[in-house]
Design a protein around this ligand. Structure first.
Ligand code: C2O
Length: 547
């Protein structure tokens, strides 16, 4: 591979959407941020220089960071943040991965404006498992807030209530024609008839799973979270925050006298407040005679599933299967060394003095894994681990089952209390893990997109109601389950994943709905070094930021 250099200046930029201007944190003044492109096997050196009055860190979402956890990016997990005036070079090699990923800020809510595509092409002379597309187009979904998002989350945490929702969704930073004062801010994709386009879909939205569709066109799903899948056709895609999906778009063979809207809107089963608006872009055919403006006579709009269409969601996710071919095998762990059961959901904390809490019965909102609401330390976990200074930073045990067991299909329990702490699971190198994550449906039935850093995992099973360890494993798919880094735990249901701890370091796992992460729906895994040199975490780079 070759070495590729990028320079990220973290700087303020005035951006206007919906007739609202604000000064916001960006990379190089761009919104969305610059596209990072590399090939499998390349070494990336990305120099990040912080010119703003916020601490920052950047995460390369989905990159495995084999032996290079220091470059992973979550603040207070693998590094101390880059402070104002400081710089840090993220240095990593892309091993055994190719596909669509993205990068984003990984501190507080800065990822609402600091994100961009991360595209890994196959090695030179290696083909896709499908015909070479005419063009490749990244389509990155986000959210636009008129207000400063840092202020929104600070206020929400202070009040113990829910944060304000966004004013709009965006496609490549643009809200589109369905919002007030936004018509000119519409993403337009010009295509030629009779060609195949590879759309690289990325959900960088803060808090919502999205349906996406293009009027009068069928999409063929070929990749999820940078892993090829068995191709299947669909009119609509479901994509959770943290997930990426590649689809092939075959254009019509003749030039049509119409343009076609592409739209995205949330899938939300909860009762809570959320943004239920629709972002739209336009797919338009280039006419060979260049008079297309006159020839477009109509504009078609797609029909998206209902906001709470869980059967669509279940159907769609069940169709995702690994290629499991000779060239792209699915290395599903067949035996299990360590079984874990995590409950995942919302809860409450007692209201602090001097606060006016907006949670149920005057409590403040919290979220937890096995009733532990994870507190970020004031130093970085990875440094503490590497230098053997865990005392006072984290506790090297994590409950292997929920602290308050109950029936997840019955009435919500009256004990919604969580306990706060910085607890981690510690595992030896090359442990084969089976983790079942059960949604508790406490205080809101919502699907939680759980994202694991440092690994891909196989989604071997999923279901609704209570997970039954005596029955459900017999239905697990150990042949061609989808391999990914972010999975939606269905509202009122569970998923079972398997992965091998072949990457030493400290790895964050959290809900990719930013509000739930902020409330504590996060935890960390420590994977110890193996015996061989290529099984050990490398020492930290000299420029690693200090807290
Ligand atoms: Cu894309 Cu820890 O996140």
């Amino acid at each position: 591979g070759k070495t590729r250099h990028y320079h990220f200046d973290i700087m303020y930029q005035n951006v206007t959407r919906l007739c609202h201007s604000k000064s916001m944190v960006t990379v190089n003044g761009q919104f969305p941020g610059p596209r990072v492109v590399a090939r499998e096997g390349d070494n990336l050196l990305i120099k990040v220089v912080n010119h703003v009055q916020h601490n920052i860190s950047i995460h390369w979402h989905g990159i495995r960071q084999l032996q290079t956890g220091w470059a992973d990016g979550p603040a207070y997990v693998t590094q101390c943040p880059i402070q104002t005036g400081q710089r840090y070079v993220y240095n990593y090699t892309i091993k055994g991965q190719r596909g669509t990923l993205f990068w984003h800020a990984h501190i507080s809510w800065l990822r609402s404006t600091v994100y961009g595509p991360l595209i890994i092409l196959p090695k030179k002379n290696v083909q896709y498992p499908f015909a070479k597309p005419h063009k490749e187009v990244p389509i990155i979904f986000g959210e636009w807030f008129n207000a400063d998002t840092e202020a929104i989350i600070a206020q929400a945490l202070q009040s113990g209530g829910g944060p304000n929702v966004s004013e709009a969704y965006t496609i490549n930073g643009l809200p589109g024609p369905f919002y007030n004062c936004s018509k000119k801010d519409t993403f337009k994709l010009m295509v030629k008839p009779g060609k195949t386009y590879l759309l690289r879909l990325i959900n960088a939205a803060l808090n919502d799973e999205l349906f996406f569709s293009i009027a009068n066109h069928t999409l063929t799903v070929v990749e999820a979270d940078a892993v090829y899948v068995k191709p299947f056709e669909t009119n609509t895609i479901l994509i959770a925050p943290g997930q990426t999906t590649n689809v092939l778009l075959k254009t019509k063979s003749q030039y049509p006298s119409a343009a076609f809207l592409m739209t995205a809107r949330p899938y939300a089963t909860g009762l809570g407040t959320f943004d239920n608006t629709t972002v739209a872009g336009i797919l338009e055919y280039e006419s060979p005679s260049n008079n297309h403006l006159n020839r477009v006579v109509s504009l078609f709009k797609p029909t998206l599933p209902a906001l709470n269409d869980t059967s669509f969601a279940t159907n769609f996710t069940n169709k995702l299967r690994s290629l499991a071919s000779v060239l792209f095998p699915a290395n599903v762990p067949q035996k299990v060394d360590k079984r874990l059961f995590f409950t995942v959901g919302l809860g409450t904390n007692p209201c602090q003095k001097n606060q006016t809490c907006q949670g149920p019965n005057g409590t403040m909102f919290a979220a937890s894994v096995n009733n532990v609401s994870f507190t970020l330390p004031t130093t970085a976990l990875l440094q503490s681990h590497f230098f053997g200074q865990s005392r006072g930073v984290y506790a090297p045990y994590f409950p292997s089952s929920p602290l308050h067991p109950f029936n997840y299909t019955g009435n919500p329990p009256n004990n919604t209390m969580v306990s706060n702490g910085t607890k981690v699971v510690v595992l030896p190198f090359n442990t084969s893990v089976e983790l079942v994550m059960q949604d508790t449906s406490i205080l809101g039935a919502e699907s939680h997109p759980l994202h694991l850093h440092g690994f891909n995992f196989f989604v071997v099973g999923q279901g609704f109601g209570n997970y039954d360890p005596s029955k459900d494993p017999s239905n697990f798919n150990l042949v061609d389950p989808v391999e990914r880094n972010t999975v939606g735990i269905p509202s009122g249901g569970w998923v079972a994943i398997r992965f091998l701890t072949d990457n030493p370091g400290v790895w964050f796992m959290h809900c990719h709905l930013e509000v739930h992460t902020s409330w504590g729906l996060r935890m960390a895994w420590i994977v110890l070094d193996g015996k061989l040199p290529n099984q050990k975490l490398l020492p930290p780079p000299a420029d690693l930021p200090k807290c």
